[in-house]
Design a protein around this ligand. Structure first.
Ligand code: FAD
Length: 440
């Protein structure tokens, strides 16, 4: 088993990389964090509008935030377990319960300063490759921004991957779209509504981004049509409170004359199709020796969504689960990884870990969940969090946080337009703020 004080490479200084670095160091390890951006924050580092040469593609240098984005979780739930994201805490300037994205970045910066993490980060340094060496070490090749050449190779005892999964666009398949003359883009490249003035825009998707962006664009566009693949085929409804916003079933096909036909039979001449269709897991720096593959958004095989059994614990992934409260989950995953690496927690044998992975896949199949939902934790995030917490001897996730998450989901469904400004769980807010006093 590994011993304490390992030299570790952490890829990424977003929320996951920062908390991983803190937990690894707390456990006595020596993490080096590689970050290709010039600052910490990852997703929360907003980049202003620019004309992208590839509006459907990923530009590694910018995140997926749009200017008007406010959090879709209440701030009380969002923060790390021992560093509350409380209004009025260090660096806070936007006291709203669902603040703008700048407030989250300020919070992550405050976290990095508070735990003295900045000096662990090598900024503007991209990891180009991670390769397993004989003897169990990992060769990490990185290159400083602006440097020419093949980069610098260094050796680490283990690698913790925290590179995020909201950068590589996933696109909808639309028959006929190659001949369709309009403009296509992905929500990754959406920033502000002004360029859509007087245009007819089709938004594909039903996620939080699709809901927000359709409303944002409706303030400028002539018409906005949402295509939701989960809506019944006959759906064609004007949305309450809007003159220019419709909900449809999925697009059937697009035509050379600019028309887009929906499965509900209606059709529209559109200027833009915006894919709000999510993202793909992507690890361009990992070679075959990482032992994982990604197929239909399943990162396979991973024990507890973290360790590839064959190379555990020397390669790990923090932050893959979605439909979760991300920061506390990252924190608990990081605590577990740090303790496993120091040998304070033992993993099962490789065979037992593989059995666990296979049993999990069988369970997904039995529930009829598609492969792409492998890391969708909608139904069991707290069960998972509490399992990790128990392994680490940490208390379970607070009851108020669990309740607030559930109540917010219901409020969002009941008041999709106003859940960020109207709620009925003031008693939980009071309980959370009382709880935070011990950390502030
Ligand atoms: P990221 O934030 O993506 O960080 C990954 C980092 O790795 C980046 O800084 C990147 O530059 C770096 N990196 C990647 N590859 C390399 C490489 N090869 N070499 C060096 N560095 C590399 N969460 C919430 O809690 N509340 C919300 O309201 C919320 N809203 C969201 C809205 C949108 C539009 C999106 C896209 C996400 C939202 N999230 C929200 C989820 C959010 O992504 C997570 O909260 C969290 O920020 C993810 O952190 P991460 O560290 O896993 O990834």
């Amino acid at each position: 088993m590994p011993s304490a004080s390992l030299r570790l490479a952490v890829v990424g200084a977003g929320a996951a990389g920062l908390v991983a670095a803190r937990e690894l160091r707390r456990e006595g390890h020596a993490p080096v964090v590689f970050e290709r951006a010039a600052a910490v924050g990852g997703t929360w580092l907003y980049t202003p509008p620019a004309t992208s040469s590839d509006p459907l593609g990923a530009a590694a240098t910018h995140s997926s935030l749009y200017a008007s984005l406010r959090t879709n979780l209440p701030r009380e739930t969002m923060g790390f377990l021992d560093f509350p994201f409380a209004a009025g805490a260090a660096g806070s300037r936007d006291p709203r319960r669902f603040p703008g994205h700048e407030e989250v970045l300020r919070y992550l910066e405050a976290f990095a300063r508070r735990f003295d993490l900045l000096r662990l980060v090598r900024f503007e340094t991209e990891v180009l490759s991670v390769r397993r060496e004989d003897g169990g070490r990992w060769a990490v090749t990185s290159r400083k921004l602006g440097d020419k050449g093949s980069g610098e190779e260094e050796f680490y005892d283990a690698v913790v991957v925290c590179n995020g999964h909201y950068t590589e666009p996933r696109l909808a398949v639309i028959p006929g779209v190659d001949a369709w003359p309009g403009k296509q883009m992905h929500s990754h490249n959406y920033r502000v509504p002004e360029p859509f003035l007087d245009q007819v825009v089709i938004i594909i998707g039903a996620s939080a981004s699709a809901v927000d962006i359709s409303r944002d664009i409706a303030s400028m566009a002539e018409e906005v049509h949402i295509a939701d693949r989960s809506a019944p085929a006959s759906t064609c409804n004007k949305q309450p409170g809007y003159d220019n916003l419709w909900l449809h079933s999925m697009i059937d096909h697009a035509q050379e004359d600019g028309t887009v036909v929906f499965q509900d039979g209606s059709s529209i001449k559109a200027d833009v199709i915006m894919h709000c269709t999510g993202y793909l897991y992507d690890f361009p720096f990992l070679g075959d020796d990482s032992t994982i593959t990604v197929d239909d958004n399943r990162v396979d095989p991973l024990y507890k969504h973290i360790f590839p059994p064959e190379v555990a614990p020397h390669l790990s992934f923090i932050g893959l689960p979605w439909k979760v409260i991300p920061f506390p989950l990252f924190e608990l995953q990081s605590k577990w990884v740090a303790r496993v690496l120091s040998g304070r927690i033992n993993l099962p044998s490789e065979d037992r870990m593989m059995e666990d992975v296979k049993a999990f896949y069988l369970k997904l199949e039995a529930h009829g969940w598609p492969k792409r939902y492998t890391h969708n934790f909608a139904n069991y995030q707290f069960e998972y969090d509490d399992w990790l917490a128990e392994q680490c001897g940490h208390p379970p996730v607070e009851e108020w946080r669990k309740q607030m998450y559930a109540v917010t989901s219901m409020n969002k469904a009941a008041r999709p337009e106003s859940y960020r400004d109207e709620w009925d769980d003031e008693h939980l807010v009071a309980e959370a703020n009382e709880y935070f006093k011990k950390f502030l």
